[in-house]
Ligand binder design. Structure first.
Ligand code: FES
Ligand code: FES
Length: 387
């Protein structure tokens, strides 16, 4: 048993749980929060969707012990939430439910869409909702309900702006997003870091920082990082189709259980030799799932032990939208990212040592396997903490 403590629907709780207990069972069996429904228990149906640290997450894929220190909200916690009140009313008006099994998960996903994509049209709503399955309604009523709430919120905001007493807070709602640095020119490192810091405050963006050490001098790593094809060969699932010193096109193949995705996209590359740093800004789309991603990686190389070794500091910022997004928003994603960076470091070392990368580019990135490894790593950390 391990002790876990987190905030559940605004109330701090603490409990002893088996490390293998997933959050869905923990909520239903341990806390009688039966509004969280369990359908597939494989991360496919979305019935078990809850909110963790402000983002929707699958409680059947999240271990209860992994929520230590988090803020978890179930459907019961939204009783007095005004957005949820609008959605509940709209689901009733538009006949967005029949048996109701999918409804708690649908409502939490819907609330996330309304707040994260406030101008979503029908096509976007359908794409964003594609991780939640309903066996009864045919989705028309659900989509109409969400669209009506979005419309209502737009009308309210326009009315507020039309009144003379509009406030700074009202304008803040419309604060323009900083232009994407993938536009017409490459950003400087300073601009990129500023963009990263600002963007990390926006909903839907995830940022993490990682470091690793390679037992080679800094100049050797700098040369490797300047060769797009060699770097790509160290990233599992990445394939470069064309590139030069400042740009690259290609695809990244991923697999999560039954879901396989192939993101086709492009990236702009800038290097700053004076600071031993560089930036990669990219975007990609998976036509199969309709998921889109954009993000940037800033790296910096530092010498260790009189330049016998090199420390690589990475700052990664990304935004994933569409049906695959639900898998990127849980805390487990951070551990998954660490696994990915560790694999990249291992492949770089292997390549510089003259060996072949451990994972060839043609092999797709098995997210399911890496999430499983990430879970094990996470459990180890938790056990270390509780000993
Ligand atoms: S129960 Fe189906 S996604 Fe969790
Ligand atoms: S209303 Fe029955 S599964 Fe959605």
């Amino acid at each position: 048993m391990t002790t876990v403590a987190f905030t559940l629907n605004g109330v701090p709780i603490s409990a002893d749980v088996q490390p293998r207990t997933h959050l869905g069972d923990f909520l239903r069996d341990g806390h009688r929060l039966s509004g969280t429904h369990l359908g597939c228990e494989h991360g496919v149906c979305g019935a078990c969707t809850v909110q963790i640290n402000g983002a929707q997450a699958r409680s059947c894929l999240t271990l209860a012990v992994a929520c230590d220190g988090a803020e978890v909200m179930t459907i019961e916690g939204f009783d007095h939430d005004p957005v949820m009140a609008d959605l509940r009313e709209a689901f009733t008006t538009h006949h967005g439910l029949q048996c109701g099994f999918c409804t708690p998960g649908m409502l939490i996903a819907a609330r996330d869409i309304v707040l994260r994509v406030p101008d979503a049209a029908e096509k976007t709503i359908r794409r964003e909702l594609s991780g939640n399955l309903c066996r009864c309604t045919g989705y028309v009523g659900i989509v109409d309900a969400i669209a009506s709430v979005i419309e209502k919120r737009k009308e309210r905001t326009e009315a507020a702006l039309a009144t003379p007493a509009r406030t700074a807070a009202a304008f803040a709602t419309f604060e323009p997003i900083a232009p994407s640095s993938t536009a017409s020119r490459s950003p400087s490192s300073r601009e990129t870091l500023t963009f990263a810091r600002e963007a990390s405050l926006r909903p839907g963006w995830t940022r993490f920082d990682e470091s690793f050490v390679i037992h080679k001098p800094r100049a050797v790593i700098w040369e490797l990082f300047g060769d797009v094809r060699r770097v790509a060969a160290c990233l599992p699932g990445v394939e470069v189709t064309s590139c030069d010193d400042t740009s690259a096109k290609g695809r990244m193949m991923t697999k999560l259980g039954p879901i396989a995705a192939s993101f086709a996209g492009s990236a702009l590359i800038t290097r700053d030799p004076a600071n031993w740093s560089g930036t990669i800004v990219g975007a990609g789309t998976d036509s199969g799932s309709g998921s889109r991603t954009k993000g940037e990686i800033v790296y910096r190389l530092g010498p260790i032990e009189q330049d016998e070794m090199t420390r690589v500091d990475l700052s990664v910022l990304y935004n994933l939208q569409g049906s695959l997004a639900q898998f990127s928003r849980s805390g487990l994603a951070q551990e998954f990212a660490r696994q990915l960076v560790a694999k990249f470091a291992e492949n770089c070392s292997s390549q510089l040592g003259g060996g072949q990368p451990a994972a060839p580019a043609s092999q797709s990135l098995d997210v399911g396997k890496m999430l499983w490894l990430a879970s094990l790593a996470w459990l180890k950390q938790i056990f270390r903490r509780s000993n």
